[in-house]
Design a protein around this ligand. Structure first.
Ligand SMILES: Nc1ncnc2c1ncn2[C@@H]1O[C@H](COP(=O)(O)OP(=O)(O)OP(=O)(O)O)[C@@H](O)[C@H]1O
Length: 281
C-alpha cells in the first residue's frame, strides 16, 4: 500500500519547550489513523506540521511520497483540514458558505446541494450559520473540508463537544468517505470514537509515541492473563487464570451446566494508555 503520510524523526520546540520529541509513523492509503493523547500531548502541533501550518524544528515530513518542503500549493486540492479555526462565515447562509468554498476549490456549484444532502443540511440551506446548532455547524464545517473530494482528510477532534447522537452521524459520514477512498488522519480524546473508526491508532504522550497498532490487536496484546466467569447461584464473578488449571475448571463448570457468563478481560484503549503511561487520556 502507498504511504500517504510519513513523519520521520520529527522534533518541534517552542523556545525551551520540546513539544515533539522525535515522532515516527506512517499512514497508508485508505486508512483511518487515530492520533490519541491527553491535552497538551502535541496532537494539534502534529496536525499543523502535517498541513504545513508549522515548520518542524528537525526531521522530515512526506505527503503522498514527496517531501513537504517541495510540495507546491496545489497540495491543498488534495487535502481537507478540519480544526478549531476552520471558520465558516457566521452571517452567511449555509448554502452561500459552501458556494464560497466551491469557488475556492474550482468545484462545480451543483456539488453544493449534493454535499449538503450528504451532511443532512439541505433542508437548512437558507439558514444563517449563526442560527445553527453546534452539531449542524460542525456538519457544515465538515462539508467544507470534503467539498473538493480530497484524498486525505485531517480532522482535529471532529466530534468534540458534540452529543453522542450527532457524533454518531459524523462517524457514519467519515466511514462512508473512507469507503469511497479518502484516507483520514484524526485526533481525538474519545476512545470509543477511535475504537469504532480507526484501522490503527498511535498513542502520544508528552511528545512521544508510546504505542501504535490496530485497536483490536492492541487489546489482545494487552489482554490480562485471566478470564472472569459468573456461576449459577453466585452473585460475584470468579477470576480464573488462562492456564491449564483455569481451563480445566471452566470445562468442568460447563459440563456441570453451572456457567452463566464468561469474559476474557480485554482492556479498552483508555486502560491500555493508562498502563503504558500512568496517566489518563
Ligand atoms: N504556537 C505555540 N507557541 C508556543 N507553544 C505552543 C504553541 N502551540 C502549542 N504549544 C505548546 O505545545 C504543547 C502541545 O500543544 P498541542 O496543542 O499540540 O497539544 P494537544 O495534544 O493538541 O492538546 P489538546 O488536546 O488540549 O488540544 C502545549 O504545551 C502547548 O502549550
Amino acid at each position: 500500500m502507498e504511504k500517504i503520510i510519513e513523519m520521520n524523526n520529527i522534533e518541534k520546540h517552542f523556545k525551551q519547550n520540546r513539544v515533539l520529541k522525535g515522532i515516527n509513523f506512517s499512514v497508508e492509503q485508505g486508512e483511518i489513523f487515530g492520533f490519541l493523547g491527553p491535552s497538551g500531548a502535541g496532537k494539534t502541533t502534529t496536525i499543523k506540521i502535517l498541513t504545513a501550518q508549522l515548520i518542524p524544528s528537525s526531521g522530515e515530513v512526506r505527503l503522498f511520497g514527496n517531501n513537504i518542503k517541495s510540495i507546491k500549493n496545489n497540495i491543498f486540492q488534495q487535502i481537507g483540514i478540519l480544526s478549531d479555526n476552520s471558520g465558516v462565515y457566521e452571517r452567511l447562509s449555509v448554502q452561500d458558505n459552501l458556494k464560497i468554498f466551491a469557488d475556492l476549490y474550482n468545484v462545480d456549484k451543483k456539488q453544493v446541494d449534493i454535499i449538503l444532502e450528504r451532511v443532512d443540511l439541505l433542508k437548512d440551506k437558507k439558514k444563517v450559520v449563526k442560527k445553527l446548532s453546534r452539531g449542524m455547524k460542525q456538519r457544515l464545517m465538515l462539508a467544507r473540508t470534503f467539498i473538493h473530494k480530497p484524498k486525505l482528510l485531517f480532522l482535529d477532534e471532529p466530534t468534540s463537544a458534540l452529543d453522542p447522537g450527532t457524533a454518531n452521524e459524523i462517524h457514519k459520514l467519515l466511514l462512508e468517505l473512507n469507503k469511497e477512498g479518502t484516507t483520514i488522519f484524526l485526533t481525538t480524546h474519545r476512545m470509543e470514537e477511535a475504537d469504532k473508526l480507526c484501522n490503527r491508532v498511535a498513542f502520544l504522550n508528552n511528545g512521544e509515541i508510546v504505542e501504535v497498532g490496530n485497536p483490536e490487536k492492541l487489546k489482545l496484546r494487552y489482554a490480562k492473563e485471566s478470564i472472569e466467569v459468573l456461576l449459577k447461584g453466585n452473585s460475584e464473578k470468579v477470576t480464573v487464570r488462562k492456564d491449564t488449571d483455569g481451563l480445566d475448571k471452566i470445562r468442568r463448570w460447563m459440563s456441570e451446566d453451572r456457567l452463566l457468563t464468561i469474559h476474557s478481560n480485554e482492556p479498552n484503549l483508555e486502560e491500555i494508555f493508562l498502563s503504558l503511561t500512568g496517566r489518563e487520556l
